[in-house]
Design a protein around this ligand. Structure first.
Ligand code: SAH
Ligand code: SF4
Length: 374
């Protein structure tokens, strides 16, 4: 792994105040900051910021990189509607982001950590080693880069989902700061209402998030409605059992007025049985909730299988019979390496032995470490 610091800072590392001070030092008028920040949120290079004076553009070029991320791999799927990107961060680690284009929205699936300390056994990210937390600007830069691509297609980024690599609430401060920056009307201007944070269930952090005053959507990765099974599928359940998790989600819903989503990765024969439907029914019935079924996307070496289409429909029907609101997630990007962490997992496998990115193993964190490490 390369550890050399890059020569120039990424401009996204500067706060609005720092940017203003940098401009003021150059004797620029106050309105320049607004102008520059608008350009920066569109992801264009400094040389393309045509209404800035040439001297300022040259100073920007000499002083900063326009984005902290370096694209190292890109794959297109769904006839160009899905773009999967692998970025290299400062220090050498890589993370992925996925752009999904729909008729009336363009959604970015964003990463918040290199790897994930939770270690769910069905997840490519959880199987791999944990690297580090992303900084707020590295999270924002994924959105800025997606915006740059989408603008050239006559589209604009409209939604952001924290469903890429990592457990967003385990990198709490950077994630919340990135949401505020992404929402800033002087920048990307994407309302928190169009942002979803997906969590494996860090209960104390759900409480903190509810108090932030951000009307975002909370998605809870449930996957099991009995502790005994969830302890295996989502290991932090041993620290934060279902009763506490549901109570914190209810409190989030009450505090923010937002309907909570529950995600359920369907693993054939493991959590798609009638018993599971009944248990989920009694857990969520009567709540302001929505269940999102995600057919398992096979991950190398994970001991699980994807249910067939009939079983998916049957499980959805059973849940509706239990009185729940249910949708089945469309399986975008299946042609390539769709599930979180798969693009990176493949790139790492290819790099192995060739001096590629190295990191330490992280499995079993929950049994070994206290919940506070998360
Ligand atoms: N760590 C967070 C957010 C990232 S994962 C969380 O777990 O919620 C986003 C979603 O993708 C989660 O619901 C996760 O369970 C699901 N997921 C992970 N691996 C998957 C796979 N192989 N197939 C289908 N969904 C998967
Ligand atoms: Fe982490 Fe989410 Fe993957 Fe679990 S499913 S290992 S919490 S990224």
């Amino acid at each position: 792994m390369t550890v050399d610091a890059p020569a120039r800072r990424a401009i996204s590392e500067l706060s609005a105040d720092e940017l203003g001070a940098w401009l003021a030092e150059r004797g620029e008028p106050a309105y320049r900051a607004r102008q520059l920040r608008r350009w920066l949120s569109s992801g264009v290079s400094f040389s393309e910021m045509h209404d800035l004076p040439a001297g300022l553009r040259a100073d920007l070029e000499a002083g900063f990189r326009a984005n902290s991320l370096e694209e190292v791999r890109r794959t297109e799927a769904d006839r160009g509607l899905t773009t999967k990107l692998l970025y290299r961060l400062d220090g050498g680690y890589t993370v992925e982001a996925v752009i999904m284009r729909y008729a009336r929205r363009s959604t970015l699936c964003i990463s918040s950590q290199v790897g994930c300390p939770v270690g769910c056994p069905f997840c490519a990210t959880g199987q791999g080693p944990f690297g580090r937390n992303l900084k707020a600007h590295e999270i924002v830069d994924q959105a800025v880069d997606a915006q740059r691509r989408l603008l050239t297609e006559g589209r604009a980024l409209s939604h952001v989902v924290f469903m890429g690599m990592g457990e967003p609430l385990a990198n709490y401060d950077a994630v919340v700061e990135s949401v505020r920056r992404i929402a800033d009307p002087a920048g990307l201007g994407i309302s928190p209402r169009r942002v979803t944070i997906s969590t494996a269930g860090l209960v104390p952090r759900i409480g903190r998030l509810a108090a932030e005053g951000l009307p975002l959507t909370l998605a809870i990765s449930l996957h099991a409605a009995r502790d005994e099974l969830r302890d295996v599928l989502v290991p932090i359940n041993r620290n934060f059992p279902l009763s506490d998790l549901i109570a914190s989600a209810d409190a989030f819903g009450q505090r923010t007025g937002r309907r909570v989503s529950y995600e359920w990765v369907l693993l054939a024969g493991v959590n798609d049985t009638e018993r599971d439907a009944r248990e989920l029914g009694s857990l969520l019935r009567g709540r302001l909730a929505h269940v999102n079924l995600i057919p398992f996307n096979p991950v190398q070496e994970a001991p699980y299988a994807e249910p067939d289409a009939y079983s998916v429909r049957r499980f959805a029907r059973q849940l509706r019979g239990e009185g729940l609101n249910v949708t089945v997630r469309d399986t975008r990007g299946r042609e390539g390496d769709a599930a979180c962490g798969q693009l990176r997992a493949r790139a790492l496998a290819e790099d192995a032995g060739a001096g590629g990115e190295k990191s330490r193993g992280n499995r079993g964190l929950v049994s070994g470490a206290s919940a506070s490490t998360l």
